[in-house]
Structure formats: structure tokens, C-alpha cells
Design a protein around this ligand. Structure first.
Ligand SMILES: Nc1ncnc2c1ncn2[C@@H]1O[C@H](COP(=O)(O)OP(=O)(O)OP(=O)(O)O)[C@@H](O)[C@H]1O
Ligand SMILES: [Mg+2]
Length: 256
């Protein structure tokens, strides 16, 4: 186990974000996500704490993508770049910051993403995306929430699927208007809460203004999503790529 949830929990409890760690939600290849009870001051019903695994476990390809377009722009000083590469911990911290900042910008703009609550060197605390479990309460008059399923696993009626597709496509477009491309969008990184999509997992998100492969990443994101809905007769990968090409052309002309 290369993560220390106790230290992270202590930190976020001290920040008045969480009360207790309740359970591991998912241990993925890049991060472990814990469900925690929320400190009342957060205004959310439960907190998801995403703790990143060691940076060494992450491909260098990802790090190169993250840096693309940032050097000389968002990271202005040469000193900052040297600092970033000076240790695995500081590279990790930049990666975590990328996810937190993307969530902040998107949530602030009203996009369907979890509300970010706090970050530290190796973890992000955000709103837990859950659905009422259907019955029971937590013994204190609150509703029991279960994790919202990933789009990949969600059971949507055909009307719901069509609405979810429209909402996702609109969110990707709105993100591009805000100069952000998710970069790893797929039915695995979208949760479905009460029929509505919530997009997660942003550490690799890129700034469309400066990244050298923005068009390609937008195309892949939209092809993944429309390809998935295509299995329900609601689009196709080709349609996703065509939409991406159309939007990119408008974006480059400042006409989106
Ligand atoms: N805010 C949240 N609310 C509820 N569940 C969440 C939240 N964030 C993440 N999860 C759960 O944890 C899983 C992993 O999160 P995420 O995709 O951000 O990490 P990851 O390391 O990239 O995982 P993977 O390797 O599976 O893509 C999600 O599929 C989801 O089930
Ligand atoms: Mg993921």
C-alpha cells in the first residue's frame, strides 16, 4: 500500500472538510477513492477523498501531456519548473493541483462536476456523487447515499439515455468554451446521478489554447462518448469525431 489515508484524513478533518473515513470506494490504477462523512460546514451530504498513488506509478507520457503548453505560460518561472521536477512529491502535487483547479473552474461555471472542497499534496476532497439508496436512513434522520454508477454500468431508459447524451455533449462544448478539454473522457469517467451525468477524473485535463494535441484529444473524448451511446442507436464514433472537428474549427476562429 503506497498511500497513507490516515495522514490525509487527519489533514482534511483539521480543515473541517470530513469527520471520518467510512469506506474505500474504489482502488484504481492511479488513485484510491474513499467515502468520508462530511463536516457540516461543507454543505454536502458526503465527501469523496481521492488519494493519488505514487507518481512513479504514473506513465511519463501523462506527465509530458500535463506539461505540454504549460511551460512558459501557467508555470511562468523556470525556477517553478525545476522545483516541480526536483522530487516525485512535487510532481505529484502539480498533478493533484491540475485536478483541483479543473474542478474549481468547471464547478464555478455551473458544469456537472463534483464540488471541489479541499486539496493537499497527494489528495483532493470533493463532493461525493451519490444517490439515495431507496430505503432506510442513516439513523440520524439523513438519507443513505450509495455511489452513483458509472455511465458504463448505469441502467438508463431510452429517454434518459438521449437526455444524458445531450447533457454530456453540451458539457464538453461548454468546457471547450472555457478552454478545457478533459482528455480521458469515457463511460468510465462519467457518473450518473438520478439520470444525469456528472463528469469526474480531471488530472490530465488540458488547456485547449496551448496544448499541441487539443484537436486530437477533443476528438477522442467525443468519439468515446458518442461511440458508447452509439450502441443504443444514439450516435457513433464518427459523429463524435465530426462534431469535434466542427467545434475545433470554430474554436480556433474564436467563434465557438
Ligand atoms: N466524487 C465522487 N463521488 C462518488 N464516487 C466517486 C467520486 N470520484 C470518484 N469516484 C469513484 O471512484 C472511481 C475512480 O475515480 P477516478 O476515475 O477519479 O480515479 P482513477 O484513479 O482515474 O480511476 P480509474 O483508474 O478507474 O479511472 C470512480 O469510477 C467512481 O466510482
Ligand atoms: Mg477514472
Amino acid at each position: 500500500m503506497d498511500i497513507d489515508i490516515d495522514a490525509v484524513a487527519e489533514r482534511f478533518a483539521g480543515d473541517a472538510i470530513i469527520l471520518d473515513v467510512e469506506q474505500v470506494l474504489k482502488s484504481g490504477k492511479e488513485a484510491v477513492v474513499f467515502r468520508c462523512s462530511a463536516h457540516p460546514s461543507t454543505g454536502v451530504e458526503a465527501v469523496a477523498v481521492k488519494v493519488y498513488k505514487d507518481i512513479e506509478k504514473r506513465g511519463f507520457r501523462d506527465m509530458a501531456d500535463y506539461l505540454d503548453g504549460r511551460i512558459g505560460r501557467t508555470i511562468r518561472k523556470r525556477r517553478d519548473i525545476l522545483h516541480m521536477f526536483s522530487s516525485p512529491d512535487s510532481m505529484q502535487a502539480y498533478w493533484v493541483q491540475a485536478e483541483y483547479e479543473a474542478l474549481e473552474r468547471l464547478h464555478g461555471a455551473g458544469l456537472p462536476v463534483p464540488k471541489p472542497l479541499a486539496m493537499c499534496d497527494n489528495a483532493v476532497a470533493m463532493e461525493f456523487v451519490g444517490e439515495p439508496a431507496g430505503f432506510g436512513d442513516d439513523g440520524e434522520g439523513g438519507v443513505v447515499l450509495e455511489p452513483a454508477p458509472r455511465l458504463r454500468d448505469a441502467r438508463l431508459g431510452s429517454g434518459e439515455a438521449a437526455a444524458a447524451k445531450e447533457a454530456l455533449v453540451a458539457a464538453v462544448r461548454r468546457m471547450l468554451e472555457l478552454d478545457l478539454i478533459h482528455g480521458d473522457l469515457s463511460p468510465y469517467n462519467v457518473l450518473v446521478r438520478e439520470g444525469k451525468p456528472v463528469i469526474i477524473d480531471f488530472p490530465q485535463a488540458i488547456d485547449a489554447r496551448f496544448h499541441s494535441r487539443g484537436a486530437e484529444m477533443l476528438s477522442r473524448d467525443l468519439a468515446n462518448i458518442l461511440g458508447y451511446f452509439g450502441k443504443r442507436g444514439l450516435g457513433s464514433e464518427e459523429e463524435g469525431r465530426a462534431l469535434a472537428a466542427e467545434w475545433w474549427e470554430l474554436y480556433e476562429r474564436n467563434a465557438l
